[in-house]
Design a protein around this ligand. Structure first.
Ligand SMILES: Nc1ncnc2c1ncn2[C@@H]1O[C@H](COP(=O)(O)OP(=O)(O)OP(=O)(O)O)[C@@H](O)[C@H]1O
Length: 249
């Protein structure tokens, strides 16, 4: 019952984007996929979601991933259809809705909106929401499906600090309740430090670190992979925070 990546490679034309990526990810965890711009995070998420041809193998519970059975939220996911917020969240259950929306489905959708603190938006059109509000609605929609594998590509990038924390709290509660695996591409290293169980650090299409944040992220790793000088501070309560001091070049 793991997500197993063995020697995963992706090529675009003559360029190698991902090279021999391998790891085994356990359910019940939030895994942060981190690394500099253009290093292959979205490509890896899209390969796991079977949206890209790849070499090597990717297995979830020992079988190929089926996109229809997992939760996947791409980078810059936006809804352009003229749907209300509730309708959009309900689409998370479209396979079993048929022609009727049952009261239980509606209740679940409203509950999902409440969990993300956006129940007040329920009858608004998606078209007029801010980028961050749309991100919250789409996250609520993905969770309504109750997927056991959730792939999120920078799903909190447009959110303010409170909503970011709220989303990670929801993801944590979801993972604890269902035993799902969440893989989230994330740029904010401090968020990753606070909310992930494990880090997969990509650098130039390869795995440059794999493990808990405190073992993967060191000043040396930040220099090597991100080209920055930074201090890693540890608060009295044991939380880590990165203090960037300067960039090379
Ligand atoms: N369709 C494509 N054709 C050719 N190259 C591509 C294509 N899509 C992505 N790439 C290249 O693949 C590399 C990895 O891109 P990817 O989007 O996976 O990076 P990323 O780590 O998610 O970056 P970011 O943090 O900026 O979102 C980049 O160099 C990008 O230019």
């Amino acid at each position: 019952m793991t997500l197993d990546l063995t020697s995963v490679g992706v090529r675009r034309g003559r360029t190698t984007i991902l090279d021999t990526v391998g790891c085994t990810l356990q359910p019940g965890q939030i895994v942060g996929l981190i690394g500099p711009n253009g290093t292959g995070k979205s490509t890896l998420i899209n390969a796991i979601a079977t949206l890209l041809p790849f070499s090597g193998t990717i297995r979830w519970h020992g079988r190929p991933v089926e996109l229809g059975k997992i939760g996947y939220m791409p980078q810059h996911a936006l809804v352009q259809a003229d749907l209300t917020v509730t309708e959009t969240v309900l689409l998370g259950r479209h396979e079993r809705l048929g022609w009727q929306v049952k009261a239980t489905d509606l209740d679940a959708a409203i509950h999902a909106l409440e969990e993300f603190g956006i129940a007040g938006l329920h009858d608004r059109s998606m078209n007029i929401l801010s980028g961050g509000q749309q991100q919250l609605v789409l996250l609520a929609q993905r969770l309504l499906r109750q997927p056991d594998l959730l792939l999120l590509d920078e799903a909190t990038s447009a959110l303010d600090i409170r909503h970011q924390m709220q989303v990670f709290d929801r993801l944590r509660a979801y993972v604890q309740r269902t035993g799902a695996l969440v893989v989230i591409a994330i740029h904010d290293l401090n968020l990753a430090a606070r909310h992930t169980d494990r880090i997969l650090l990509l650098h130039q299409g390869r795995v440059a670190g794999d493990g808990p944040f405190e073992t993967v992220i060191s000043p040396d790793a930040l220099r090597r992979v991100y080209g920055i000088e930074a201090e890693i501070l540890v608060s009295p309560s044991g939380h880590r925070a990165i203090l960037p001091l300067g960039a090379h070049g």
